[in-house]
Design a protein around this ligand. Structure first.
Ligand code: RIB
Ligand code: CA
Length: 317
C-alpha cells in the first residue's frame, strides 16, 4: 500500500484526484492538507470535509494549509474555472463551524512521524503549505519517502501567463524552494497534464457506472470544468486532469510517463517571467545527478492514462 498525504487547493481536478485516491485499492490516503489556490483556504478545507463525508471517510484527517503565498500578497482565485465554491455547480452544505478558524498543522508532522520513510506527498496546489512544512520542521520532513508536485511548464506554454503554470505562478518563492531543496522530487508539469484529458464521452461512461454519492458528483463538476475549458481553449477535446496526472506518477503505472532529470529553478521576479519554471533542455544537455536534480515527466501516453482512470473510477470499491 502507498501511504499518501495529498496537499490540495480543492477545486475540480483536485476533487477527482481525491476520489481516485479513495477508490484506488493500493492507496492508503492518510491525510489531506488543504490550502488556498483555486479558491480561498476556508472553502478548500470545507470542500475536503464535504467530499470525505460523501465518501464515508471522515476518519481521514484534514489539515488546514496556507492562506496566502510567501510573498505576503493577496492570492488570485479562479472561480471561472472551478466555480465560486470550487466544486463547479455544487455548494457544499457544511456548516461554517466545521471549517472556520482551523489550525492543526502539527497533525501533519504526527502523521509523518508515525509512518517514517513510508509517506508519499502529492502536492497539487500552490507550494506554500509544503514549503512551510519544510521550514517549520526540516527534520521531520526528511522522513518523507517521495514528493510529487503538479506544477511548472517547461517545453510548453503556461496557463496562468504565457510562460507560467498556475501552481508555480501562485507562489513562485515556495515552488523554487521545493525544487531546490526537496530530495526524491518528481514534477508533473503542464507538458504532460495538458494532455491528461478526459473527454465528455469517457465522463458519461464513468457516470453510468457510478453507484455512490462521491461518484455521483464526478459528472456535474467535470461538465462545468469542460465548459470552462471550452472558453479558455476552444475546441479542446476534453478536460485536463492536471492533479490526477500528478497522483498517478506516484503509482509506477507502466508506460504512463517518460522522465528527464534536470535542476529546476522558478523565477519569482519580472513582469514577464514571474512564475516561470526553468531547466536546461538545450540540445546537448543531459540528465543530471545529485540531490538538486528533479525528475520531470515530459511525455504522457494518453491511452494508458485514460484506461487506468476508467479502471479505477468505475470499480466498485
Ligand atoms: O495549473 C493547473 C493547476 O492549477 C491544478 O492544480 C489546478 O487545480 C490549479 O491548482
Ligand atoms: Ca489543484
Amino acid at each position: 500500500m502507498k501511504k499518501i498525504i495529498l496537499f490540495a487547493d480543492t477545486g475540480i481536478d483536485d476533487t477527482i484526484t481525491l476520489t481516485y485516491a479513495l477508490k484506488h485499492p493500493e492507496i492508503d490516503l492518510i491525510g489531506v492538507v488543504s490550502g488556498y489556490g483555486n479558491i480561498d483556504r476556508e472553502k478548500t478545507f470545507r470542500n475536503v470535509e464535504y467530499l470525505l463525508e460523501l465518501a464515508g471517510r471522515t476518519d481521514i484527517p484534514v489539515i488546514a494549509g496556507a492562506t496566502r503565498p510567501l510573498s505576503g500578497e493577496d492570492p488570485v482565485f479562479f472561480p471561472e474555472i472551478h466555480g465560486i465554491e470550487g466544486l463547479g455547480p455544487i455548494d457544499p452544505p457544511i456548516p461554517e463551524e466545521r471549517y472556520a478558524n482551523r489550525s492543526n498543522f502539527s497533525k501533519l508532522f504526527d502523521l509523518i512521524k508515525k509512518n517514517r520513510h513510508e509517506v508519499i506527498i502529492v502536492n497539487v496546489g500552490r507550494c506554500t503549505s509544503l514549503a512551510t512544512a519544510h521550514y517549520l520542521s526540516p527534520e521531520v520532513m526528511e522522513d518523507v519517502k517521495e514528493t510529487y508536485v503538479m506544477g511548472g511548464a517547461f517545453l510548453e506554454p503556461g496557463n496562468a501567463t504565457e510562460v507560467a503554470e498556475a501552481n508555480f505562478y501562485g507562489d513562485p518563492i515556495a515552488a523554487d524552494y521545493i525544487c531546490q531543496n526537496v530530495i526524491n522530487l518528481t514534477l508533473v508539469p503542464l507538458d504532460v497534464t495538458r494532455d491528461a484529458l478526459l473527454t465528455p464521452r469517457v465522463v458519461n461512461f464513468i457516470d453510468k457506472r457510478s453507484d455512490a454519492p462521491l461518484e455521483e458528483i464526478i459528472k456535474p463538476i467535470l461538465d462545468f470544468y469542460y465548459e470552462a475549458y471550452q472558453q479558455l481553449e476552444p475546441g479542446i477535446p476534453g478536460s485536463p486532469l492536471h492533479d490526477l496526472a500528478a497522483l498517478m506518477a506516484a503509482l509506477d503505472i507502466g508506460g504512463l510517463y517518460e522522465y528527464r532529470k534536470r535542476e529546476v529553478r522558478v523565477e519569482d521576479e519580472g513582469d514577464l517571467t514571474y512564475g516561470e519554471s526553468i531547466a536546461d533542455f538545450r540540445p546537448g544537455s543531459g540528465n543530471c545527478f545529485g540531490p538538486k536534480c528533479t525528475r520531470i515527466a515530459l511525455d504522457i501516453n494518453q491511452h494508458v492514462f485514460v484506461s487506468n482512470v476508467l479502471e479505477i473510477l468505475t470499480n466498485h470499491r
